[in-house]
Design a protein around this ligand. Structure first.
Ligand code: LIP
Length: 273
C-alpha cells in the first residue's frame, strides 16, 4: 500500500525540527563562511552539516528514495531529477541572513513523486514558525491553517522579491529595472532574504506576490506547495507553468495579481539546473 502523504509530512517535519536545533545553536555563534559562485553566494559549515544530517535521517527511514540537496549538488552540475520519490533539501535557505544574524532563515524539505511536489516543510528555527503542507491537505503554520490574501489588484499589493547572489552588472541592471516597474505599479517591494520565507509569507497573506530570477529548485520546492495549498498560484514569470529547473519563479495570491505582475518583468536568463 502507498504511504499516505501525511506520513511523509510527519517525518519531514520531525527531521526539519531536528535540523533546526542545529541551525539555532549555530545562529548565536561566530560563523565560518566560504563563497561559491560569487562573493555574495555564501556557504557555512552549518549548511553542510545540516544537509548531511537531514539526508541521513531521511535515508534511515526511506533507503530507496533519491535526494537533491543544495550543498551536495556540485557547482554547475545538472540536477538529476527523476520520477522516483525525491527529497529536495535546502539545509539553510537565507544563508546570508543566517551569517548576518537575521532571523528569517529556514530549513526546507520537499518531497517530489513523479516530479510533482507533494510535501513541503519550511521551518524557521529562530522565530519558531513551521510552515507545512501536503498535496490536497491545505497549508499550516504551526498547525494553524493559512490562506493567501484576497487582494486582486497589483496597485493594492505588496510584492516580495530578492536581489539574489549574482553580482553580474547586466543581471543586476535587469533586476533593478524590474523592481522599478513593480514599485511604480504596487504598494511596494520587500526583500526578506530567503525565497522560502518569501513564499511562506505570501502563503499566509503577508504580501500578495513574489518573483525571483536565479534561484534553484531547493530554494522553492518545499515552499511552493505550501503556497499552492494555501490557495496561491505558482507560475513561470512569463505566466506559463512553473518549471522547477528553470531558475525562475513567480507566485501570487491569485491569478488576477499574477496577470498584472507578469507583463512588468524582463526575464533574466540563468543556466538551467
Ligand atoms: C538564497 C535564496 C534567496 C536568493 C539567493 C539564494 P540560499 O538561497 O533563498 O532568496 O535571493 O539567491 O538562492 O543560498 O540562502 O540557500
Amino acid at each position: 500500500m502507498d504511504t499516505p502523504l501525511s506520513d511523509y509530512l510527519y517525518t519531514a517535519r520531525q527531521v526539519a525540527l531536528k535540523a533546526g536545533e542545529v541551525v539555532k545553536e549555530a545562529f548565536y555563534k561566530e560563523k565560518e563562511q566560504k563563497t561559491k559562485e560569487s562573493y555574495a553566494d555564501i556557504v557555512t559549515e552549518t549548511d553542510q552539516a545540516v544537509e548531511k544530517l537531514i539526508i541521513s535521517l531521511l535515508k534511515e527511514k526511506y533507503p530507496t528514495h533519491q535526494f537533491i540537496g543544495e550543498e551536495s549538488t556540485a557547482e554547475g552540475k545538472t540536477v538529476n531529477w527523476t520520477d522516483a520519490p525525491t527529497w529536495i533539501i535546502d539545509p539553510i535557505d537565507g544563508t546570508s541572513n543566517f551569517v548576518h544574524s537575521i532571523p528569517q532563515t529556514c530549513v526546507c524539505i520537499g518531497l517530489s513523486i513523479s516530479k510533482q511536489i507533494v510535501v513541503g516543510v519550511v521551518h524557521l528555527p529562530i522565530t519558531g514558525q513551521t510552515y507545512s503542507a501536503y498535496k490536497g491537505g491545505g497549508a499550516c503554520c504551526n498547525d494553524q491553517r493559512i490562506t493567501v490574501s484576497k487582494v486582486k489588484e497589483l496597485k493594492k499589493s505588496v510584492v516580495i522579491t530578492e536581489a539574489g547572489n549574482s553580482r553580474d552588472p547586466q543581471i543586476l541592471a535587469t533586476k533593478i529595472s524590474n523592481f522599478h516597474r513593480v514599485i511604480e505599479a504596487s504598494h511596494g517591494v520587500r526583500m526578506i532574504g530567503s525565497a522560502a520565507v518569501d513564499l511562506c509569507m505570501v502563503a499566509s497573506g503577508s504580501g500578495e506576490a513574489y518573483f525571483e530570477y536565479g534561484i534553484h529548485i531547493w530554494d522553492f520546492a518545499a515552499a511552493g506547495i505550501i503556497l499552492t495549498e494555501a490557495g496561491g498560484v505558482l507560475l513561470d514569470p512569463s505566466g506559463g507553468d512553473v518549471d522547477f529547473l528553470s531558475r525562475r519563479v513567480m507566485a501570487a495570491c491569485n491569478q488576477d495579481v499574477a496577470n498584472q505582475l507578469s507583463p512588468l518583468l524582463n526575464h533574466v536568463e540563468f543556466k538551467r539546473d
